[in-house]
Design a protein around this ligand. Sequence first.
Ligand SMILES: Nc1ncnc2c1ncn2[C@@H]1O[C@H](COP(=O)(O)OP(=O)(O)OP(=O)(O)O)[C@@H](O)[C@H]1O
Ligand SMILES: [Mg+2]
Length: 680
Amino acid sequence: MNRAEVAAKNDPSSRLTMAADILAIVVALLQLITLPNQYSDLDIRDGTNILGNVFGGLTINPKAATRPDYAGTYSHTSLRPLASYVVRQKLQQQVKERLHASRADGGTHSRLVVLVGLGGAGKSQLALNYIQTHRKEYDAVFWVDVRQRESLERDYIQIYRLLSGNEQSATSLRVDMDQVTTAVKTWFERREGRWLFVYDNADSLDDESDPYFVDLQRYLPDAPGIEVVITTRSQTATGMTELEAIEVGKLAPVEAVEMFMRCAKLSDAAGAGREETALIVAELDYLALAVTLAGTYVAATPRIRANLAEYLPEYRRRRKVLLGRKAKQQIHAYGESVLSTWETSCATIAKQCPVAVRLLSFFAFLDPADIFLEMFRHMADPSTVGSAYAEEDWERFLSPEGPLEEVFDEALKAFSTYSLIQWKEEQAGYSMHKLVHAWGFDRLEVEEQARYSRGNLAFLKSITQVGQLDPVKKSWITPHISSSVARLREWHWGSRSRSGAAVPGKYESAETMNRRALEGCEKVLGKEHPDTLASVSNLALVLQYQGKYEAAETMNRRALEGCEKVLGKDHPDTLTSMSNLALVLQYQGKYEAAETMNRRALEGCEKVLGKEHSDTLTSVYCLAYLLHQKADFAAAVPLYERACLGYVVKLGPSHPTTVQCVSHMSSLKSLMSSGKSSNE
Ligand SMILES: Nc1ncnc2c1ncn2[C@@H]1O[C@H](COP(=O)(O)OP(=O)(O)OP(=O)(O)O)[C@@H](O)[C@H]1O
Ligand SMILES: [Mg+2]
């Protein structure tokens, strides 16, 4: 077994939490049962109209008349300031300036600032921190949850009760929401003062047929003393105000490092771990939620806390599992994982524009930094009509209902509306957050990944086939080819780890995909580019799965030679190539040559990575396994023992790799004790 195979085995798959579905059921159930308490103690429809005092007409509730000015804070949310909160100086300054500067202008309307950004970027926390800092400047602060109409109405009824002094009323009658809304909105009109409203989670503002749709504009109070902060994932909200929206995007690197260290409970006395932390937060692309979750995971995992360098390799192996973890509700009150956060937006988009979701998955195979529109100019001539695989007619695959060209803009608009991609004026294209990109891939089943991969490679091939690519275009396309090849690699490991072996019956398809990727790489990147060499290794592996060992050996030798020349003899990729070659030699019974390769790989790993590194342990395990097969039992045993011990310490005794290694060693030992040992 080679390094990659061992790594793949360590990657248990996980299912995404269907938070959106569950929420939809809960909402449907809520609609079936009678109105909750806070709805029932008010009646505004019959003669006893307690709103009278608000409008200055009938005064029925005497309490309300004695408390005309509410000065407090209302919030039903469980969000609370975090111990790990990191001040985002620049953004906080922007919120303050937008609200305060426009206040200085005078004017007769309320002032409204929109905080827009990806789910988990830190919008709500920013609003919360603004309140913490400036609470005393306001007569009252109201936090309204706009996630759905029901939560908004719940909060408006509560606010109405506070404003009207009707907090304790127990009259059990029904509510007319229109009147409550009007009452809350008009309450401020004739009053001097300064009030702050935060409308949190205003994400569903676009589609009236969406069950979570909220017509927010209808609810916003408008009076000179009112300041409004809206947090939203939707770009639609930015049109609700003349004030420029505040984009809550990536953390500044120094903020991200700070956040991680606090969550991981790493002290920074000697600056230890800062460098490694910087690498980790860069890999997480500075997304607040991801950084926090990674930090809390490290805090709870002593093995990694003691050696932070273990985090990134583990993250790369188990990205889907780690990004699918949720924070402990009581600490962060967020309750969503990085992955489930975006799944909700995706479900909404799917209803509006199914092509958008397919396009999002397709983009997950391209380079996320620069998805330039010119690339799609070739839409008119799909490359492989009549191919064995439908998805190779990639245009029709993405848009089976009609020409992609006609829905392309709508699809892009749909997910840029939800901040899942961002338009970059200067590059006339879109960019995608690295984690959204990863999620776009991880959310697909293995079989879907194969289909998208085929479609994507056909698409890239169609571009490279359009005449001679000039050097500029080549440089634009290169990152996309690299990204597509990297995805193909991930698919290999994913499909193997989930099924225990490569997906049966799919080898041919995989071979075609790999040959296509290799062709593209050779043409655009050249024969010795590291991505081309990676592609050669991938192809070797697929050939090996099919039992085409000789062809696999040739490919592995080519990859190894290339890596030695381009990357150097000690580069980790070169060492992996050696292990791959050793394995294919072993399968052919060329044990001597395989042993030489394995020993070279092990020596290299020990030298470059150290004796304890997990790749070194894999090399030890591979050599032990070879010697076992070669019936050189006496030499195999100490290597097995070393590998087992290392795995117990590194991965724990119940990890599948540890268990497998121990089982190989015990079967060898029992074979030896039964006297069948050949060379002792
Ligand atoms: N400034 C910060 N300091 C520390 N942690 C933060 C900060 N900002 C965000 N976080 C972490 O990221 C998580 C997500 O932040 P937040 O709830 O503000 O995201 P959001 O942008 O409002 O997402 P959504 O669109 O899903 O509501 C928080 O629960 C917290 O753990
Ligand atoms: Mg939020």
